[in-house]
Write a protein that binds this ligand. Sequence first.
Ligand code: GTP
Ligand code: MG
Length: 229
Amino acid sequence: MADDAPHQAVATEPRPDLSPAGLTDEAIEAGRKLFAAECRFFFGAQKLEQLPPPAGIEIAFAGRSNVGKSSLLNALTGRNSLARVSTEPGRTRQLNFFDLGGRLTLVDMPGYGYARASKQIKADWQGMMFDYLRGRTTLVRVMLLLDSRIEVKQADHDVMDLLDRAAVTYQIVLTKADGLKPGALARKQEDIRALVAKHPAAFPEIATTSSETGAGLPELRAVLTGLAH
Ligand code: GTP
Ligand code: MG
């Protein structure tokens, strides 16, 4: 499971498929087990010079402010208050590092594209964030979250281009899937698959999740566990 080969596509189903296709029951069970392990915050970094020494396997959760990064981390790990969540964009203000069972480091990132942030704040967090995404040797995959209910914004396209140029593999996660009817969600997934196909560093399979209902979480846990030691 540690390879980057795309999973086999399955026959079209009447309901939208919330998961990357082709996951086995064993992979789902391995994901459940790992994410039931202890998850512990161990580092917060506001500056690039403050990052923890590179070690292990890192997976970063990136995306616009308010897309649901912190909520997804909480939902994946089954802990309500591991990462701080807020209705107000700009809640997460540093790179927060979490150790999951000694096998994976999950990184909750500040959001980008927060229009009301001051220039200084943008330069501080956002510059650091992009430097981290481009240059971190232990980063095996960026989970790039997009809100399924809204259009992909210019800032998202810019980040996809940046990751393409840096040759950092990223996988799209469509969040807040509870906010769309099945037909609209299926159309959104098609649009995003078409977008992904144009980006060389984008992983071909997308994930679709709801942190509210838990939809798509077992599958995403399995995908992430496939990247662990
Ligand atoms: P920043 O840290 O500011 O970049 O935001 P974030 O991406 O970490 O978003 P956060 O998890 O704080 O969630 C933002 C808002 O979206 C909160 O009001 C959440 O309750 C809501 N939210 C997150 N996930 C979901 C979801 O799956 N469904 C719905 N309906 N709302 C969600
Ligand atoms: Mg956050």
